[in-house]
Design a protein around this ligand. Structure first.
Ligand code: HEM
Length: 388
């Protein structure tokens, strides 16, 4: 079956949603490189594991720099050698000692939110928890007030809507979506300049001072972290909780063996990569898998498809918590491989630990709505929760 990309952009009822392995099976068996349009914009999709690995590694041919003049989301929208400078400004914030410090701050948040839902016995889990909790984690990480989470949730959601989950080129309407956050973040940067702390904005100011990084550049790096860390983790968590709610046996196993939560997380990320693909732009005429690509072409590298390529993964479509190979591509590959992965893994683990420990059963209690591409997520998920 060839994936109907246009339809996949529309929320679908869960029962109608093929899983990623079904979605990509036809493409992987046929050309594994496919040209298609999304709302008039042409793309070349790269789907096979080997092709995805080589495109992600070849930053000279496949650039992360958008060809337009819009503001840059850094370090994501940069290429080597500049990329390592921008990445180096933030990477220390994701060191294990720093992530452990954030864990101590966010575990009480997870407990408080889970307890409120369990006390009620039901929740619309996607909106109530999956959207809210990662935003609160990011507020902690960036050193922002916890009560500002709704503001951040709202501007990121608006940006997602206006960019078609990142697929549409930046336009004036994108600038409008960023209008509330730019002055907010500029103010935060100004305050941090006089009072540096143990947060990632302070890291950027410290590490970027010699290079003379100005306030707007620092502002955009803060914005990048909020954007890149929010909907991805939201989506991952929502996919994981839906899987548990639909599979009582798996749920009971993971509840009884909380030490296996990290394995559960990795296999979920493999089968249902929250960010199914990421864009690249061809810097020269080239080809992938025998399919010609012209200089300037828009490319979509499908990490979600590489993760279920039967040529690489035995029983690719099977959820296997014991799978030995955990080197999935949900966090990407190459120089842009997700810098936030340690934080994401920690916050998803903490959420699942608290959710499973505080319940004896989680079941689906109404209609579920999913989106599948370019993000795979559960948008609506009514759950019944029984206290432990
Ligand atoms: C489950 C959660 C997450 C997933 C699935 C995810 C996925 C990804 C992927 C696929 C890339 C590679 C992009 C590319 O190759 O073009 C990436 C990069 C990135 N991610 Fe994540 N991410 C997650 C969580 C986070 C978090 C929590 C943060 C920050 C707080 C974050 C910040 C970033 C940044 C800054 C980059 C750009 C890195 C670079 O260009 O060097 N991500 N992420």
């Amino acid at each position: 079956m060839l994936w109907d990309f246009a339809t996949a952009l529309t929320p679908v009822a869960d029962a109608d949603t093929p899983d990623a392995a079904d979605f990509y099976a036809g493409l992987l068996a046929a050309s594994a490189v496919e040209k298609f349009d999304v709302e008039g914009t042409p793309y070349t999709g790269i789907f096979a594991y080997d092709d995805v690995m080589s495109v992600a590694a070849d930053t000279a041919t496949f650039s992360n720099v958008r060809p337009d003049e819009g503001p840059r989301i850094l370090p994501l929208e940069s290429d080597p050698p500049q990329h390592s400078f921008f990445r180096g400004l933030i990477s220390g914030g994701f060191a294990s000692s720093r992530v452990a410090g954030i864990e101590a701050q966010v575990r009480p948040m997870a407990v408080e939110m889970v307890d409120a839902m369990v006390a009620r016995g039901s929740a619309e889990f996607s909106q109530e928890f999956c959207y809210r909790y990662p935003t609160r984690v990011l507020c902690s990480f960036l050193g922002l007030p916890d009560e500002d989470w709704q503001f951040h949730h709202d501007w990121v959601a608006e940006l997602e809507r206006r960019t078609g989950h990142g697929l549409n080129a930046p336009t004036e309407s994108l600038q409008e979506a960023l209008a509330p956050i730019i002055p907010y973040m500029l103010q935060v940067v100004a305050e941090r300049r006089t009072d540096l702390g143990e947060d990632v904005i302070s890291d950027i100011i410290r590490n970027g001072s010699e290079a003379g990084l100005d306030d707007m550049a620092i502002t955009f790096m803060g914005i990048t972290i909020m954007m890149a860390g929010h909907v991805t983790t939201t989506s991952g968590l929502s996919n994981m909780v839906l899987r548990l709610a639909k599979d009582p046996q798996l749920q009971a196993f993971v509840r009884e063996h909380p030490d296996r939560i990290p394995d559960f997380i990795e296999e979920s990320l493999r089968l249902e990569a929250p960010q199914q693909n990421m864009p690249r732009w061809a810097t020269v005429d080239t080809e992938v898998g025998g399919v010609p690509i012209a200089q300037g072409d828009n490319i979509l590298v499908h990490f979600g498809s590489a993760n279920v390529d039967p040529a690489h993964w035995p029983d690719a479509d099977r959820f296997d918590i014991d799978r030995a190979n955990k080197r999935h591509l949900a966090f990407g590959r190459g120089v842009h491989q997700c810098v936030g992965a340690p934080l994401a893994r920690m916050e998803m683990r903490v959420a699942l630990e608290e959710l499973l420990a505080r319940t004896s059963s989680i079941t689906v209690a109404g209609d579920v709505q999913r989106i599948t591409w370019p993000r795979m997520a559960v948008e609506e998920m009514p759950l019944a929760l029984t206290a432990a």
